[in-house]
Structures are given as C-alpha cells and as structure tokens.
Design a protein around this ligand. Structure first.
Ligand code: TRP
Ligand code: ZN
Length: 896
C-alpha cells in the first residue's frame, strides 16, 4: 500500500517538475505590449496588443524551418476574442485552449512578426489566491511574481521575455479615483457614465512578473528626490485615507536608500516617478514592480503609537530592498526562476549593507546571523534543503526561501570578502554595464568577477550549487611560539546530494593574547581543501606562557557551523576582550547554549538544576558595560530560543524535548533575574531615552536594553517586578514599550495580564496592524493551556483568517513561535495547525504552503512527537483537493 502511494506521488511529481536542464530560449520575443484594463470587481476586461517577433536564437528558428507555434501561458481567463494582424482567430481550428494556456498553431501565424490582439475577462472578486488581479477591500491590485501575469492575460509569462509596456486603466471615478501602473504617467481624463482613465508608459523592457496595476481610493504622501545627475524624481506613497500620518518614515527610508545606492554602487534612479502602494492583503512582504512597488501595509505604515522599533527597522530594510531591486532584479533580471538568487541574494546583501551603514554594523550583523541560523540553517539541515540555485522545482513560489535569499546574500558577502572591496565594485560595475536590459544567469554574474579579478571561481561556485551547511572543525596547538590550527570541513548529505566536494571558506581570523590584547589582527584565510593546517608564529608572545586564543569567523565571515571545544578560561577571554563584537556576542550565545543544553538534557529536572553563577555574572558584566553600545548589550542579554537549543541538542546527537528546553530557559532567565537583579534594575531605570519618541538606532537600542533587562526580572515572579511591567504598560507612550510589557505579562502568565490584554484591545480594535500584534502576543504565550488559548483566538470575531497577516499572526505565530503549544504531547497543537492549514489552502495556497513549513524539523523530536507530526502531514497529503503548493512542501517534508 505504502509503495503504491509513493509511486503515485512520484508520477505526479514527475509530471509537474520543472528542470533547469530543460531550459530553452523563447521561440518568440515581444517588442511591445499595450494593455487596456477596464476595471470591474466581477468582470474586468483586459485587452492586450502584443507585438511578437521570431527569436533568431529561439528553438524554432533557422533557414527553411517552419515557424514555431505561439504558446502562451494563461490561467483562470475567459477568452472573449483573439486576432492575429486583425484576422480573427477566436474560433479558429488552429487555436487550442487549456487550463494552462493556449497554443496557436503556425498555420495561423502570418510570418516572423505579427500583432496578437486578445481580450479576456477576469474575476478579481473571487481571486482569493492574491496572485494576478485581486481585490484588497475595494482596492484593485496585482501581484505577478512569479507567475501571476498569466492570470491577467495570455502571455509568455517567463522572465527572459522582456518588453516595454503601455497601460491604459479605466474605472469608476467614485470607487477608483486613483489609477496606477508602472513607469511614467501619460494621458488621463474623464469618460461618460462616471468613469475615467489613466495611461502609463514604462519605457524599460521588463518581464511580465514586474507588471503592476492598482486602482482605488488612495491618498498620496509626496516628496521628491534629485538624483546624482540632477534629474528630479517625484516620490509618492499611496495609502488608504486615514493612514496619511504613518508615511513619513517609509518616505525617509526611501530617500536614504536612493542616496545610498548612488554612493555605494553608483546606481541612479531612472524614471520620473517612483511610487509605493500599501496594501492590507498581501502574501509576502513587498514587491519590486518597476516604478510601482507594492507593499504589505505592515512594512510601510508606522507611527510611534502603533509601530515598534523592530517594525521601523523592518520598514527601512524592506523599502531599501525593493528600491535596490530597480537595478538588481529589474534593469538586470533573471533568465529563468532557477536564477532567483541572482536578484534576491544580491539584493538582500545590498539591503544588509545599507542597514550596516545606516545603523550599527555589528548589531546588524548579529541580527542577520540570528535570522540566518534560525531559518536558513534549519532549512539546510532538514528535508527541504536545496541549493541556493536549485535545479528543479514543482511550484516556484515554494522557492522564495531563506536559502535563496539569506544564504544567497551570504554567498555575495563571501565573494566580496575574497576579492576585496575595490574589485567587488569593479565587478559590479562591469555587471551593470555588460548586462543592463538583459535576463541573466548566475554564470554570467560570476564571469564578471572572473574577468575583473582573473580568478577561477569554479570552486567558489559550489556555494550556489551544493546544499547543506558546511561544518568546520578546528583544533589548536600552542608550541614553541607557534599557534597551529587544524581546520577540517565536512558538508552533510542533503536530499538529492549525497556526496559533496570541499568548498572555498573564507575564515576571518584574529588572535587574542593571554593578556586579552590582540596578538594578531584580522586576516582572511581561504580554506579550500578538506583539511588545512595553519602555522601562525606569534613572536611577541611568551612561547612558554599560556596559549593565545584564536578568534575565528569574525563578523561571521562564512555561513558555516564551527565545531570547536572551548574551555571556560578561553570563553571568558573572548567575552571580555575580543575586538570583534560579533565573536563577543557569539561567545555569550554559545555559553548560554551550553548551559541550556546541560539543563535540558541532564538527569535532573531543569527547574531544579543549578544555573552557573559565573554565567549570570558574565552576562551582568557585559550588560552593565557602559563602554558598549546599548543595542549590543541588549543582544548579549537575550537568551537563545527554544528552536535554537533544540537544533543544538540534535547537532550533539540528541533528541529535543521542547518542554524541557522551555523549563531550562525559564530557569536560566529566572536565575539571571535573581542573581543580577541590581544591574538589570539599574539598566531598566536609566536606559529608556527621554523626550519624544524617535525611531533612530541609538534610541531603539536603549529601549531594547531596558526592555531586555525587565525580562529576567519578571521571570523571578516577584510582585514588584510584575508591577513594574504593568506600570510600563499603563504609561507607555509608544508601541515598543507597550507591546514589550504586554508580552512579558502575558507570557509569564501574570495575574494582571488579562486586564492588560483587554485594555489593549479596547484601545486598538480599529487598527488592523496593531490587532495583528495583539493576536500574535497571545498566540505565542508558552503556557500550559497554549492550544486552548490559540483555539480561543481563532474563535474571536476579529480573527478574519482569510487575511494573510491575521492568519500568520495567529496560526503562523502559534506554529512557529510557540514551541510549548505547538509540540503539546497530546498532539493537539499539531492537529490545530494542520486543520487551519487545510482550511487556508483551499483559498490561498501560497500562504498555506509557506506556513506548512512549520513541520519541517519533525525529525528533531522524540518518537512520540515525531509520529504525531508525521500523521498530521500524512493527513494533509491525503487531502485530494490539496494545492500543488502545499502538496510539494508536505511531500518533501515527509520524504526527506
Ligand atoms: N520579489 C519579492 C521580493 O523579494 C518577493 C516576492 C516574490 C513576492 N513573490 C511574491 C512578494 C509574491 C509578494 C507576493 O522583494
Ligand atoms: Zn527581493
């Protein structure tokens, strides 16, 4: 029986798999597109006039060869009429329609160039997938990446077909006073019957996935930017009436991004206008449509009362990311979707560098690595592992992953480290010059680096092609004034890749002398073989004295797992003296992980076991060190999460028990509060910045430290500390302090929590983004009745589960941010999650598939939990109507 199911699954996958090896250039190119869109909620008419021309490099061309057919993608379209050079083919026997598109046989094609004129009808109101043209409230909007344009009209919906677009939008003045599309504005005017129109022209050839149109009742927040060559760009942020007051920060971030791309990459904006639209119903964060970015409103709207410091930072980073795509993604795009990392890895790296420049580089890097380890290392270690540039997929939307984005960015970062800043800039200049207006591959990007540096990067390229996080083990020896390091790399097997070749690993290495002083400054060592032995003579040190300490992978120079046994004395030296802030933070994190591991896997119950005093003291020392940046100190005070400890236990050959891990972390937090109470209280009382709220990095860092100091105090359960949190909640003048206090109270299960939850709701019931926070705080509470609480949240009338943000703030937050609840031993957390995934999948496969990744680490856990998770995944997989999106994820998780 089992074998039969597997065979059936294999056949199904076989049919739907797209392979890089099967890439063929398009048979037809497009010189120009004209779209007329006549908007109506139930029946929008789209007329497309497309100038096709035979591709001389296409599969179907060559002297004496018959013309290839015209095959166009199309989904959920109602064909009204079609013609070729004015000859009607709507009912032609040469035209074949299917659920995936149409084929017009060569017999109906007049020659090597012709105009296709086609009118279709689409139904935005019934579009719950939020892909193609859909409604968010009564606002029309589009999402076309990766393959959504085919739900708007028949088209060659692939990124290597690029064309200039002219768009005419028509709709009722009353409900759609604003009509937007890509590029520069053209004619606009009134029409009979209360209707109007607007034209837009985008002169830059672009693939269809960058198309966008928006229509609705929107208000503008405007500004201007003068580019480095003196051109003026009109900047507009479009939001719903009432949200005008929440635009200033995103606009400021946009202008800083534009200036940064000129400074750092010499890249200038290229249209007369740049627009951002905030939309409430959105599957992801934001989308870089040419000249008309569309954003999840969560990453645009901010006021001190409604947005946290973290929200502000995310807005800044995502505005920058989408803006940077204008060059890395839009002017130069991807040849096919296997090259996704060409635009995403590079653009993430660029937005990370922007954040490092605008804020604290060390703090930004620590945040990046935390996210990388939590999401990408987890992915790389589990059944969903895939290379940064995959070679096959079933559903491309499932490959917008931490590996493509975050590991993709790490690859660019390593490349820059290896070739140096100057050659990096030269290589990028060459890339922009050589490939502007083209759809490219990773090989073409790499070639620019090879041409500039003369280096052979074929071994380095394994970072794009081999999945799995390399392990780097290090042994040291101190003898005769020479520090000898033996480094060995090993890359674990991943699905479909059993054997791996050694990779190029740049290791930023410094040495700390036994007195705490820097004995060797940072330099970059390139590991290229399985084993590398390195002799470092250190003539300034006493050869007979204590061993110096290597500081490896400074600033996290490569996305690898370092395997090295660290003695207590060595750790203390790094914690106190390393000049590299990343490694100082790392030493503290490692210290906490070691303790959490010991408590969670020890013989005694974690609650009763002793938390080392030395750890509390070391942390108090770091947190209280006024010479350090408050934001850094806040990070140093943070304990690892439940999932991080679980991964660490598994890496050491054990199985994870989320309840024990939770108990261990709680014991550590409580002990820290008891032992370091005075220091923490001092920080709590002095760190919060005075005066009106400002979202700048320094103020945010001080608030973060104050709030972080309160957590261990609340964990002691002492009434005075709980009262402090309540007072903070009552008196808060900004969302950071308000939600920070609320989360501590709710997660601690404090008696006063319920009243605060109610008060918060009363105040914010009308603000959907703030209510998302209200739901998420409760959904992530690690309390014994977590599942019942999550279920109650789904019964709340405000739980509009069809909206992705709301679904993620309850089901997503519970499944990914509440390990105690999700992993409940009776399986109720898994069942709750699977039930909701199935419900959402019927409406919105993209978001359902994404959240279903919450089961990916099922093999980390004890047999009972593993079996329960497997059963829920099997139940999902057995649902006949399951989407291709969720099916691919669930079947890969089960198979891996
Ligand atoms: N290209 C977008 C970005 O990284 C992400 C994206 C891909 C997306 N598919 C999407 C956004 C679907 C929204 C919906 O910036
Ligand atoms: Zn992107």
């Amino acid at each position: 029986m089992r074998a039969e199911i597997d065979a059936a699954a294999a056949v199904r996958t076989e049919d739907q798999t797209t392979r890089l090896a099967d890439y063929r250039p398009p048979a037809w190119l497009i010189d120009e597109v004209r779209l007329d869109i006549d908007l109506a909620p139930r029946a929008t008419r789209v007329r497309a006039r497309i100038a096709f021309r035979l591709n001389p490099e296409g599969a179907g061309s060559g002297a004496g060869v018959a013309l290839p057919p015209l095959a166009l993608d199309g989904k959920k379209l109602t064909l009204v009429s079609a013609s070729v050079d004015d000859a009607d083919v709507t009912a032609s026997p040469f035209l074949t329609l299917s659920a995936e598109g149409l084929v017009l046989a060569a017999g109906a094609l007049p020659g090597e160039a012709f105009t296709w004129d086609c009118t279709v009808e689409v139904d935005p109101e019934s579009n719950t997938e939020l892909e193609g043209l859909y409604l968010s409230g009564d606002m029309f909007c589009t999402q076309c990446e990766a393959e959504g344009f085919r739900k708007i009209t028949y088209y060659s919906d692939r990124p290597d077909v690029m064309a200039p677009f002219t768009v005419r939008l028509e709709g009722p003045v009353e409900t759609c006073p604003i009509l937007l599309s890509n590029g520069n504005p053209g004619a606009a005017g009134l029409l009979p019957d209360g209707r109007h129109f607007a034209e837009w022209h985008d002169p830059f050839p672009k693939p269809a996935y960058l198309f966008a149109a928006v229509a609705g009742n929107l208000v503008a927040h405007r500004d201007t930017f003068t580019t480095m060559s003196g051109r003026n760009a009109a900047l507009t942020l479009w939001v719903r009436p009432g949200d005008e007051g929440k635009c200033a920060y995103a606009m400021d971030a946009l202008k800083r991004s534009m200036a940064w791309d000129e400074r750092a990459y010499g890249r200038e904006y290229d249209l007369d206008v740049f627009q951002i639209v905030a939309v409430s119903d959105f599957n992801m964060g934001a989308m870089e449509n040419k000249g008309l970015n569309i954003f999840n409103s969560k990453y645009v709207l901010a006021s001190p009362e409604t947005a946290t410091d973290v929200d502000y930072e995310l807005i800044e980073g995502i505005v920058a990311h989408e803006y940077f795509h204008n060059w890395t993604g839009n002017r130069i795009t991807c040849r096919d979707w296997f090259q996704l990392c060409l635009k995403e890895g590079l653009t993430v790296f660029r937005d990370q560098a922007f954040t490092e420049d605008e804020r604290s580089a060390a703090v930004a890097r620590i945040d990046q690595v935390k996210a990388l380890r939590a999401r990408q290392f987890t992915e790389d270690a589990g059944p969903l592992a895939h290379p940064v540039r995959p070679e096959s997929y079933v559903e491309i939307n499932n490959f917008y992953t931490a590996t493509v984005y975050e590991k993709g960015a790490e690859v660019i970062r390593m490349l820059k480290l290896l070739v140096g800043d100057d050659d990096y800039r030269r290589a990028l200049d060459l890339y922009f010059e050589r490939h502007d207006g083209q759809a490219c591959t990773i090989e073409q990007f790499r070639q620019c680096f090879e041409d500039v540096t003369g280096r052979d990067l074929s071994q380095f390229a394994l970072w794009w092609h081999q999945a799995g996080t390399p392990r780097l083990s290090v042994e040291t020896r101190w003898q005769g004034g020479v520090l000898t390091l033996t480094l060995r790399q090993h890359i674990p097997a991943t699905p479909g890749q059993a054997e791996k070749a050694p990779m190029v690993i740049p290791v930023a290495l410094g040495v700390i002398g036994p007195d705490g002083r820097e004995a060797a400054e940072t330099h970059i060592i390139e590991i290229t073989t399985e084993e590398t032995v390195l002799d470092l003579p250190l003539p300034d040190l006493d050869p007979g004295g204590p061993a110096p300490v290597p500081s490896l992978l400074r600033h996290f120079s490569a996305p690898v797992i370092l395997e090295r046994t660290v003695e207590a004395a060595e750790r203390a030296l790094v914690l106190a003296h390393d000049t590299d802030p990343f490694n100082r933070w790392e030493a503290g994190r490692r210290y906490a992980l070691d303790i959490a591991h010991a408590l969670a896997t020890g013989a005694a119950a974690p609650e009763g076991a002793a938390v080392p005093e030395a750890w509390c003291e070391a942390l108090a020392q770091l947190a209280g060190d006024a010479a350090l940046d408050p934001a850094f100190r806040a990070l140093a005070l943070e304990l690892p999460g439940n999932d991080e400890v679980a991964a660490d236990i598994v890496a050491r050959g054990g199985l994870a028990d989320p309840d024990r891990i939770h108990a261990a972390l709680r014991a550590m937090r409580r002990r820290l509060g008891e032992r370091a109470g005075e220091v923490l209280l001092g920080l709590y009382e002095t760190m919060r910045p005075e005066g009106p709220y400002s979202p700048d990095a320094e103020s945010a860092g001080r608030r973060a430290l104050a709030n972080r100091a309160l957590a261990p105090l609340v964990a002691t359960g002492e009434a005075t500390h709980l009262a402090r949190a309540e007072a903070q909640f009552d008196g808060a003048s900004n969302m950071t302090d308000s939600i920070g206090a609320l989360a501590l109270l709710v997660h601690h299960g404090a008696p006063g929590a319920t009243a605060c939850v109610e008060a918060f709701r009363q105040r914010w019931a009308e603000d959907e983004l703030v209510m998302d926070k209200w739901f998420a705080v409760q959904a992530t509470a690690p309390l014994p009745d977590a599942v019942a609480r999550a279920r109650a949240l789904t019964e709340d009338p405000a739980f509009v589960w069809q909206r992705p943000n709301r679904f993620r703030s309850v089901v997503g937050a519970f499944a990914m941010g509440n390990p105690v609840g999700f992993h409940s031993l009776d399986g109720s957390g898994y069942r709750f999650t699977a039930d909701w995934l199935l419900r959402l999948d019927a409406l919105n496969p993209q978001t359902a598939a994404r959240v279903s990744g919450c089961f990916e680490s099922w093999k980390r856990y004890d047999e009972a939990r593993r079996g329960l998770m497997q059963a829920e995944m099997q139940r999902i997989a057995a649902t006949p109507s399951l989407s291709k999106n969720t099916r691919e994820i669930v079947e890969r998780m089960l198979a891996g």
